[in-house]
Design a protein around this ligand. Structure first.
Ligand code: AMP
Ligand code: MG
Length: 327
């Protein structure tokens, strides 16, 4: 069953039923060593799926759950081993979305769920994205509208001495530090050493089109660079999809007016105000799907400062633009 949450749509199965869990990997085409997140109707159920709750997790649960935070803890034996892909830990989340909560309490079991996209596609943030990837492959989708956050949950490992940030999301490193008094260590996405979150070793959504990022120190500089990249690509004879602030889009439209006779193979999607990392995050995956489907050669994305929601936004933008790293 695919279901809406405040982050992205999930594809859920009974976390106590090995066969049901394995069917998720099959339907998504997901590698068997990339574990799923166990979703619970409320925080009172956390002790039923973990071996213990580390002290640092207590204030985090109190402050951010239900919500877009996933905690990695030592797993209880009741959880199907396929959920954890053979690890001795389990990732746990309590969504705040009322539709997700209703579904989870009616299910009456912990629900293992990754995002409801085919492996390698952007996570679905609207029910039509789920249908694009899953129609005919799964029996049910619960439509709860567009996802408010639009990026996957923050994943935090709380099994060690300090919390380790495995995936940035709407709950930020600063908020985690404030709540538990410990500065989270940011896990390296790739490179040496043991892979802490198996998801990190997989290449995330890389659009067919090459993704370019408009950068700069100030917000205005980022908008300008975004427009310059578009101009260069068009001059080189390529079609371009753009995901940028309304400011950058205005600059691009002015360029078009200055050269009205030229072929203008540009598709524009605005995220809104220059500094609106919340809205940019909410719209990013839909923009990737829409622009890629339109067949453009390049997708130009405006960067945002890496504070607040901007950190999670830039993490996903970087993953989409790092096409050849095999991440
Ligand atoms: P998805 O919801 O599709 O993004 O997939 C769940 C994410 O949580 C993936 O990035 C997994 O690697 C991560 N995850 C799930 N379980 C664990 C775990 N036990 N330890 C570390 N990361 C996990
Ligand atoms: Mg996913």
């Amino acid at each position: 069953v695919a279901f809406s949450t405040e982050t992205v749509y999930g594809l859920g199965a009974n976390a106590l039923d090995e066969q049901a869990v394995l069917s998720i990997y099959e339907v998504k085409g997901r590698p068997g060593d990339n574990p799923l997140i166990v979703h619970l109707a409320h925080t009172g159920l956390i002790p039923t799926v973990v071996a213990d709750i580390p002290p640092m997790a207590v204030p985090l649960i109190e402050r951010f759950m239900p919500g877009p935070l996933t905690l990695v803890m030592r797993r209880a034996p009741s959880i199907a081993s396929a959920v954890s892909a053979g690890l001795d830990t389990v990732a746990v989340r309590c969504p705040s979305h009322p539709v997700a909560q209703a579904f989870l309490s009616m299910a009456g079991v912990p629900v293992a769920a990754p995002s409801a996209n085919l492996s390698g596609r952007p996570s679905p943030t609207q029910v039509r994205h789920v249908l694009e990837d899953m129609e005919g492959k799964i029996p049910f989708v619960i439509d709860g509208g567009a996802c408010e956050v639009g990026l996957e949950s923050t994943v935090l490992d709380v099994t060690g001495d300090v919390p380790v940030l495995l995936r940035p999301g709407a709950v930020t490193a600063d908020q985690i530090r404030e709540a538990c008094g410990l500065i989270p260590r940011v896990a390296k996405g790739t490179g040496q050493g043991p892979v802490r979150s198996p998801g990190m070793k997989y290449r995330h959504y890389a659009p067919r089109a090459t993704v370019l990022v408009g950068i700069g120190r100030s917000l205005a500089a980022r908008a300008r660079h975004t427009a310059e990249l578009v101009q260069e690509e068009v001059a080189a004879g390529r079609s371009v999809g753009v995901f940028a602030s309304s400011k950058a889009i205005l600059l691009i439209k002015e360029m078009q007016k200055a050269a009205p006779n030229e072929n203008w193979p540009v598709r524009l999607v605005s995220y809104g105000e220059l500094d609106d990392s919340v809205q940019a995050s909410a719209r990013l995956f839909d923009a990737f799907r829409t622009l890629d489907a339109s067949g453009v050669d390049r997708i130009v994305v405006q960067s945002l400062p890496e504070k607040g929601m901007g950190a999670a936004y830039m993490n996903r933008v970087r993953k989409a633009s790092a096409q050849k790293t095999g991440e």
